[in-house]
Design a binder for this molecule. Structure first.
Ligand SMILES: *Cc1c(COP(=O)(O)O)cnc(C)c1O
Length: 313
């Protein structure tokens, strides 16, 4: 199965659960999502592949016109990992409607949360019924407990469902608040060698996390090991690990970007297809997620911006 490379590992672990083999597809700079050119190259090398897992990274949808055209031409289905992107749009169409199967997460850190749980979306009745059956221990249609295939306990409790449904009416408000946070960072960093995650044409992200990269020429020397790092402070330059440390000193929390799957030890033995260098590794090296909680006040955000600016002095 082809899978977006720059993502949280939850996108690719299910490939392993199913005994399939992941092949990771690089991102492009325009969207930070699956690069259609790399996907095309992957189909040239592996024409037998029939499943493509796309990810709408940090709430920004992929370039679905291009990805859909490529997948249709190769008779492959799209499984859309829309976990981070509830409420986002691409050409006026909602994230979560681009795959034959799409998934949304209600994990504790998402834009709407039930602390845990998620949602599977599909237009196909047979798929929906199959998923429902598997998720409830695969009970056959019979008056007693009759089973002919393995099932799972992937139900959502009614309490969690209630907590989630209570938040649905506020999704617009949540997105507006997230967007204000993104815009304030963008304005606050306009004189620094920083780019915010781009908002592609025809996309309205949900701005789940505000993410940034440092321009290559403004990167100080930073070495990232498997579990440790070092960096060398240079005047006028900085690096993600310096900024994350600095943010922490004022009790705010940033995070590195997702570390690409092809750099994970677990996936050492699987192929990785790129079309324009190694975009995922480059974004990971130069990028980070800024504090993005809706409860953050404007004053708190200003303090974060000030601390980031100081890193470049
Ligand atoms: C959060 C997340 C998931 C996992 O969602 P769970 O509901 O925690 O299983 C999957 N993919 C991406 C990209 C995520 O950010």
């Amino acid at each position: 199965m082809f899978c977006s490379d720059l993502t949280f590992i939850a996108s690719s672990n299910p490939i392993i659960y199913e005994g399939a083999e992941p092949i990771f597809i690089d991102s492009d700079y325009k969207t930070w999502n699956m690069d259609p050119d790399a996907l095309e190259k992957a189909f040239e090398k592996y024409p037998e592949v029939k499943h493509v897992i796309t990810v709408n990274l940090f709430g920004t949808p992929c370039d679905y016109d291009k990805i859909r055209e490529i997948c249709d031409r190769h008779n492959a289905v799209i499984i859309e990992d829309a976990a981070e992107s509830l409420g986002a749009n691409y050409k006026g169409r909602c994230a979560g409607t681009f795959g034959e199967i799409s998934v949304i997460s209600f994990n504790g850190n998402k834009i709407i949360t039930g602390t845990e749980g998620g949602m599977l979306l599909t237009d196909d009745i047979d798929t929906a019924e199959k998923a429902r059956k598997w998720s409830t221990q695969s009970r056959d249609c019979a008056p007693w407990y009759q089973h002919s295939e393995t099932g799972y306990n992937y139900r959502m409790s009614n309490i969690v469902a209630g907590v989630i449904r209570g938040q649905i009416p506020y999704i617009g408000e949540h997105i507006a608040a997230k967007k204000r946070i993104y815009e304030r960072y963008k304005e606050g960093f306009k004189d620094l060698p920083i780019q915010m995650q781009p908002v592609p044409d025809d996309c309205e992200p949900n701005y789940w996390l505000s993410c940034m990269t440092i321009n290559p020429e403004a990167m100080c020397g930073q070495k990232l090991g498997d579990t440790e790092y070092t960096y060398k402070k240079e005047s006028g330059k900085s690096c993600p690990m310096e900024i994350l440390e600095a943010i922490k000193t004022i009790n705010a929390e940033g995070r590195p970007l997702w570390k690409p799957m092809h750099l994970q030890k677990l996936f050492d033995c699987y192929d990785y297809i790129t079309a324009n260098g190694d975009v995922g590794s480059d974004l990971f090296t130069r990028g980070l997620c800024l504090p993005s909680d809706n409860k953050m006040t404007e004053a708190q955000q200003k303090a974060v911006i000030k601390v980031v600016c100081a890193c470049f002095e």
